[in-house]
Design a protein around this ligand. Structure first.
Ligand code: NAP
Ligand code: ZN
Length: 363
């Protein structure tokens, strides 16, 4: 059993100011963000205040969109190289954090292009990385993964210990501006990580402990937070749940629901967390048939797998209409069966079973 999590994770309100010197990991930073969230949450201003205080120069690259593409990270790489940036500060949801990780590797290895990121043997150095999450969902602030959208439209994650952030600051203040929909869809991403972590063949005692706590926190505080969006106590609980779940997948990886969900995000425009969580009860039922011990934590927390499904339903996770053409179903099932997520999912999965998961969504 191995437990590896090298990121220094600070959490708490205003935490960045209590440990501000640790953000200085070089002489010139590239700050990687999306268009708005880093600014409206106040996180960007906090970072710039600290950099100015230490006379550290920076360049701000703010063009990362949802589900970051090769184009976005290549542009970031070029900006970092041209400006001789020697560390990355990524602020935002999973998209800017993952893009920041890709830029950290590409800028330190100018000969590489994004395709090369997927084989960790291609590189042995990356720029140091600071992450500051503004959503509580992906856990990217504590993982060795980054997910990119390839030119063919497929979402794919790469993995390397070099992209575990060096330092991350988890401050619930930065999450308080999320609206109801984003709060829900990101929190159920964290829930998916924790649940997939316990269901995974790679689960360990350590990862199960963290996953149990994460699921319990989301079970208790997500409904409360959705009814009181600016409550910082609830935000803090969800933020911690999200990082705990990130630490879980840093050990176990994700399984079938993530692979099923990637297709729904790219082809049907449903946000990552929601697109993944909708499959959790179906996959859990399947695993329960062959490895009931894997679903025990879920039954302990929710009472039964049916109650787990009801919890998600009552949150509104299934409030959408979706349809698939036969060509889409063919493509999705083939891609899912070829994905690495299947290997760590207990049970046997064939095309018929994958189609059943997708067809469960049609009302
Ligand atoms: P996101 O794609 O980073 O952001 C979604 C939207 O939310 C953007 O419009 C963003 O605005 C906005 N936003 C972010 N923080 C906000 C705030 N505090 N208040 C208001 N709006 C805010 O969303 P995400 O769910 O966090 O990340 C999803 C990505 O992470 C996917 O690509 C997924 O595959 C990946 N992921 C990575 C890991 C990992 O371990 N690395 C794990 C799971 C998922 P801006 O555009 O202005 O920023
Ligand atoms: Zn996820």
């Amino acid at each position: 059993m191995l437990f590896y999590m090298p990121t220094k994770l600070y959490y708490g309100k205003d935490i960045i100011f209590d440990h501000k010197e640790e953000i200085i990991l070089g002489e010139k930073a590239i700050i990687v963000t999306g268009r708005n969230s880093a600014k409206i949450t106040g996180a960007l201003d906090d970072v710039i205040t600290i950099l100015n205080e230490y006379n550290i120069s920076y360049i701000h690259y703010n063009e990362i969109g949802e589900n970051p593409t090769y184009e976005m990270v290549i542009k970031g790489k070029n900006i970092a190289i041209e400006n001789e940036c020697d560390f990355v500060i990524a602020i935002g949801g999973g998209s800017p954090m993952d893009a920041g990780k890709a830029i950290a590797v590409l800028a330190a290895n100018p000969e590489l292009n994004p395709d090369d990121l997927f084989d960790m043997n291609n590189y042995d150095v990356a720029l140091p990385i600071v992450t500051i999450p503004t959503t509580s969902g992906t856990g990217s602030e504590v993982t060795e993964y980054a997910v990119l959208t390839k030119p063919n439209g497929r979402k794919s994650g790469f993995k390397s210990n070099l992209i575990f952030p060096d330092v991350s600051y988890l401050d619930p203040r930065y999450m308080a501006k999320m609206n109801k929909e984003l709060t829900l869809t990101t929190a159920v991403d964290a829930l998916s990580h924790a649940v997939e972590g316990i269901l995974s063949k790679k689960a360990t005692i350590m990862s199960d402990m963290l996953a149990r706590e994460s699921i319990s926190l989301i079970h208790e505080y997500l409904p409360k937070s959705l009814n009181d969006l600016e409550n910082l106590e609830y935000r803090e609980k969800l933020a911690i749940a999200s990082s705990l779940a990130g630490i879980v997948i840093a050990q176990t990886g994700t399984i079938l629901p993530h692979s099923l969900g990637y297709r729904i995000t790219i082809h049907k425009g449903i946000r990552h967390g929601q697109a993944t969580a909708i499959f959790l009860p179906f996959v859990a039922e399947e695993i329960d048939k062959v490895a009931p011990e894997k679903t025990k934590i879920l039954k302990d927390i929710f009472g039964s797998l049916d109650n787990f499904y009801s919890f998600l339903k009552e949150l509104g996770v299934y409030d959408f209409n979706i349809n698939f053409s036969n060509e889409e179903l063919d493509l999705f099932s083939q891609e899912v069966l070829n994905s690495s997520h299947v290997i760590n999912t207990p049970g046997t999965y064939d095309k018929e079973k994958i189609l059943e998961f997708y067809n469960n969504l049609i009302k």
